[in-house]
Design a protein around this ligand. Structure first.
Ligand code: C5P
Length: 242
């Protein structure tokens, strides 16, 4: 691996969207020296709980716990404390939980990190799910368009002390134009080519995503579903540099 590939690989997050922990372990073992983080989502965590995060630690990988907390501030505070005890590097919650909920998450993350002698995790807010469009916002009584609501929620997250957001490729420009340069953007919906989009509505290539302003990209199926996941990962990392 070249120095360049190591640096870009750090910014690649592999979504372990699998229901079999042995397969997930094999992937972490194969990919840990190439990529930055492994994303544990609802499927793996609901099935295996902390055994899923422990498995990644045992293999020497780092964790993005993608459980998108959304509850009253005290409940989210307690959940974030529990997540920090699992020594995750990154975790997230819904910005629609409100500014007070996000601020509670931020202070819980710092307090719990000090208690466990670890660095505070990177905290990300989910703004508007990419499965929702303007009519869905209207139906829920939220003012459209989606892009403006995303920017509003990202602004609120930053005010609450959150480190960044999960955002689709089309949302990156508005977030970059309204928030400080160090506000992180983590972007799914990345493919090597437009024809390989699975159910992602709009995709960018790894190079496009980074040039548009993403700090990290999240890739699932193109890696976990590939016949040769190491080769697929290397291709994606090479494409980040293009
Ligand atoms: O397989 P694929 O590369 O599409 O996986 C993308 C990952 O990012 C999945 O875990 C998916 O849940 C997540 N994600 C997404 N779009 C969002 C937020 C999260 O695809 N807006």
């Amino acid at each position: 691996m070249t120095h360049h590939e190591v640096v870009f690989g750090e910014r690649l997050i592999v979504a372990l969207d699998l229901d079999d922990i042995s397969r997930a372990r094999a992937l972490v073992n194969q990919l840990k020296s190439y990529v930055g983080l492994f994303k544990v989502g609802h499927q793996l965590f609901t099935r295996y709980g902390p055994a899923a995060t422990q498995m990644i630690h045992d293999e020497g990988g780092r964790i993005f716990l993608d459980l998108k907390y959304h509850d009253i501030p005290n409940t989210v505070k307690l959940a974030v404390e529990a997540a920090v005890a699992l020594k995750v590097t990154m975790l997230n919650f819904h910005a629609l939980g409100g500014k007070e909920m996000m601020a509670a998450a931020v202070s819980a993350a710092h307090d719990a990190a000090a208690k466990h002698h670890v660095s505070p995790p990177i905290l990300l807010a989910v703004t508007i799910l990419t499965s929702l469009a303007d009519p869905d916002l209207v139906a829920a009584g939220i003012a459209p368009p989606v892009a403006e609501e995303v920017a509003r929620l990202a602004y609120m997250a930053n005010e609450a002390g959150v480190n960044g957001v999960v955002a689709s490729p089309q949302e990156i420009p508005i977030i970059r134009s309204t928030l400080p340069a160090d506000f992180l953007i983590v972007t799914p919906g990345v493919r090597l080519s437009n024809s390989l989009n699975d159910d992602q509505k709009r995709v960018l290539t790894p190079g496009e995503a980074l040039r548009t302003g993403a700090d990290y990209i999240v890739v699932g199926r193109p890696i976990v579903g590939a016949p040769d996941p190491v080769h697929a990962t290397q291709e994606l990392i090479r494409a980040m540099a293009l």
